[in-house]
Unconditional design. Structure first.
Length: 465
């Protein structure tokens, strides 16, 4: 009977622990993950695809996005290296579409002025362009994009969706097939002479001094190939992975800000009205080569602008976006403190994610909440550095930051953690219940065990803990 009591104890403990682990698993599974594929993108050697896919598969409902990553894959799901297909950029844009309409039938690029199409922009600060919520380029495979607790990017809030509209997402993918390219770097930098282009995609003539950039490598253009090179066309896809959780009040919503080193604006005065000044973000620029007699290591193109942050808060995440030749970017506060510094990682091999000569990752910043705070109306300084050992066209100097309203100072970190993780409290109760249950089970077995012993043993046996 003693053996039976011990077996009973084992079963009870096992059962209670199983319940506990099941609860923990449910808490971890609160973050849902799903992998999606874009419609196919057909590319031949030297060709360009700049596609706008409307109403893409995306999490629905009132949720918080925790992560968004992407890469280019082939028909078999294999990662495609950058030296075969260069991912110039991808962006995901949130928008509202009037119910019963289909804006994708009218235009490939976003119909920003259509009555049936409303862009749900990020928080700023550019007035034109850079409207995306998410987006990267060649660095996408090795750049961290996760959002730590208790934060998330809120989407699908019914209170924010205009009456008669529904929330949707579009994906813009700009990819360049560089197989057999006569000058691979020139093709990825969209040099106009290699594309034999003199007009933009709207058939408007290019400015005489425009030598390379987005206006020369639009959809269906063709970059110069090596003589006699042939390669079959192939189907490619954007594979994107999204992680999210159901929205709850304990999540702190984040605002997305994108700064551009090409932003040209002037503050008319020092009043608050200056915060509404139009920002003209040109997105790209040209880095001219330094003098031939200079030390190449000292050849650095240094760009710096100042911008005013309309609404401040705690910086939770930061990362820069640069192209080949980039050597780093940083965002500074008004007093010169570093808000975030982001540097590129260049590949050293041939495999996807480590392609030699390409930026395959950008370092990111995850400040401790409350440690990096921007004040309302604070002047920020953005710096973007490129090597100017040779000329680079169509480069970018963007900087993303995610900002949250400061958590209440009156709460301790422990209190905040309990409030933030709604399930944590439940999990704690589970643990307490388990321990309490185990204690009862042990007590029952112990009492039974005592009754099975002889009186003499019961009277004199020592209790060992």
């Amino acid at each position: 009977m003693l053996g039976g009591a011990q077996s009973c104890l084992t079963l009870i403990v096992t059962f209670l622990l199983a319940l506990c682990f099941k609860s923990l698993e449910a808490r971890e599974n609160g973050v849902r993950t799903k992998v999606f594929l874009s419609p196919k993108i057909v590319l031949g050697a030297g060709s360009v695809a700049n596609k706008w896919f409307y109403d893409i598969d995306f999490p629905r409902g009132h949720v918080a996005i925790k992560d968004f990553s992407a890469e280019v894959v082939d028909d078999a799901g294999n990662s495609v290296p950058l030296h075969e297909t260069y991912l110039h950029h991808w962006v995901a844009v949130r928008y509202y579409e009037r119910k019963g309409t289909d804006v994708s039938k009218h235009s490939q690029s976003p119909g920003l002025h259509q009555a049936n199409f409303l862009v749900a922009r990020n928080a700023g600060i550019c007035n034109h362009g850079l409207i995306q919520y998410f987006g990267l380029g060649s660095e996408t495979r090795k750049t961290a994009t996760y959002i730590p607790d208790p934060y998330g990017i809120e989407i699908g809030n019914p209170a924010e969706i205009p009456d008669g509209y529904e929330e949707k997402w579009l994906l813009n993918v700009h990819a360049i097939d560089t197989r057999g390219a006569a000058q691979r770097l020139g093709c990825t930098e969209c040099r106009c002479d290699l594309y034999n282009v003199t007009v933009d995609e709207y058939n408007q003539p290019l400015k005489p001094d425009y030598i390379g950039g987005l206006y020369c490598c639009y959809d269906k253009t063709q970059c110069l190939l090596k003589q006699g090179f042939e390669s079959p066309r192939r189907n490619l896809y954007m594979r994107y992975t999204v992680k999210w959780v159901d929205w709850r009040n304990s999540i702190s919503p984040l605002k997305i800000y994108i700064f551009d080193v090409t932003d040209t604006w002037e503050k008319s005065d020092k009043s608050k009205k200056a915060l509404s000044t139009n920002h003209h973000c040109h997105i790209e620029y040209t880095v001219e080569a330094c003098a031939t007699d200079m030390n190449k290591e000292a050849c650095v193109d240094y760009r710096r602008i100042s911008v005013v942050m309309p609404t401040g808060g705690d910086v939770i995440y930061g990362v820069a976006h640069q192209h080949t030749g980039g050597i780093g970017s940083a965002l500074y506060g008004e007093d010169g403190r570093v808000i975030c510094s982001s540097t590129p990682t260049y590949g050293e091999g041939k495999e996807a994610g480590n392609e030699a000569g390409y930026i395959v990752g950008m370092s990111t910043c995850y400040p401790k909440p409350g440690s990096v705070r921007i004040a309302d109306g604070e002047t920020l300084y953005l710096v973007s550095n490129y090597s100017s050992a040779q000329r680079h066209t169509g480069v970018m100097g963007l900087f993303y930051i995610l900002v949250a309203e400061p958590l209440p100072n009156t709460k301790s970190s422990m209190q905040a953690a309990v409030e933030i993780h709604g399930e944590t409290e439940k999990s704690t109760f589970v643990w307490v219940g388990v321990l309490f249950g185990v204690g009862i089970a042990m007590a029952i077995v112990f009492v039974g065990y005592r009754k099975l012993r002889s009186p003499r043993e019961d009277e004199y046996a020592p209790i060992v803990i």
